[in-house]
Ligand binder design. Structure first.
Ligand code: ADP
Ligand code: MG
Length: 269
């Protein structure tokens, strides 16, 4: 693939939507892989205890593997524990093992518990020359997602083109504004990506139109279509970008990554 423009400073995205199954993980791993294959240095931080991003990116994350949990609770360094993807030397992954589910409880009484990830990221940026960092979040707005929101500068919201697509988004916007006011003034909802789009249905088209009306600047031009190959790829420890690079879903994610890389750094909120 053609090389992509390098941002003037690292861009830190949190991929968030408190609805499950809308394509957060799929979007994280495919855009991260597309940027890495385009020559950029990318870190994916799996902050969902389910570890789906770790699986799709083909890195170890069985119980006991050091990763996001230890960064949050023991403050170990990211650079020492991120694993390199077997499919791109530019793509690094901080894995999530199942013990990450305990982190929320364990941190409840710790000082500065919302800042742990931000501090770790700042060190990593100085040590690594990273261009893009992506957080793959669980489908909730608890302490794990909060750590990502405090560490990030941009939010990418995948929206599944179906009924009630926008319902969770107003709740997410309220959370973003609260985090922005109290903990992270740099945070912006910069990017919306329409996922599981089916151009043959009125519903998909109507939802896409509605999202574009509400978020004309944030919504990417490309929509991600439904594709079985996208859903199959993780069972091979891959993203569709390497599993079936000519598939319509891979082409769409490639375009989405190019749009993100070519956009102005941020859309002002
Ligand atoms: P989330 O992380 O928001 O819970 P996922 O990315 O895991 O969502 O996606 C939910 C399910 O939908 C997964 O099984 C995934 O493989 C599948 N999926 C995601 N995007 C697509 C798509 N464009 N076409 C077909 N299946 C998809
Ligand atoms: Mg997920």
């Amino acid at each position: 693939p053609a090389s992509l423009p390098r941002p003037s400073e690292p861009r830190i995205f949190v991929v968030a939507n408190q609805k499950g199954g809308v394509g957060k993980t799929t979007t994280t791993v495919n855009i991260a892989m597309a940027l890495a294959l385009g020559g950029l240095n990318v870190l994916v931080i799996d902050i969902d205890p389910q570890g789906n991003a770790s699986t799709a990116l083909g890195v170890d994350h069985q119980a006991g593997t050091k990763g996001t949990y230890e960064v949050l609770t023991e403050q170990i360094g990211i650079i020492e524990h991120a694993q390199t993807s077997p499919h791109s030397p530019n793509l690094h992954v901080l894995p999530a093992a199942i013990d990450l589910a305990m982190a929320e409880l364990e941190l409840v009484n710790e000082r500065g518990r919302e800042m742990r990830m931000r501090d770790a990221i700042r060190t990593y940026i100085q040590e690594s020359g990273v261009d893009y960092i992506f957080f793959d979040c669980p489908p909730s707005l608890g302490l794990l997602t909060l750590n990502a929101l405090v560490a990030a500068t941009e939010i990418l919201v995948p929206i599944q083109t179906e009924y009630y697509a926008l319902e969770g988004v107003s709740h997410l916007m309220r959370t973003i504004n609260r985090v922005k006011g109290n903990l992270n003034d740099d945070l912006r909802l910069s990017t919306i990506l329409l996922t599981m789009y089916d151009p043959r249905t009125n519903l998909s088209r109507d939802v896409a139109d509605e999202v574009r009306r509400h978020f004309p600047h944030e919504t990417l031009d490309v929509e991600i279509p439904r594709s079985v190959k996208i859903a199959e790829a993780p069972s091979f420890g891959q993203t569709v970008m390497t599993y079936q690079p000519k598939n319509v879903g891979a082409v769409a994610y490639q375009e989405a990554a190019e749009e993100i890389a070519k956009r102005a750094e941020r859309v002002d909120a």
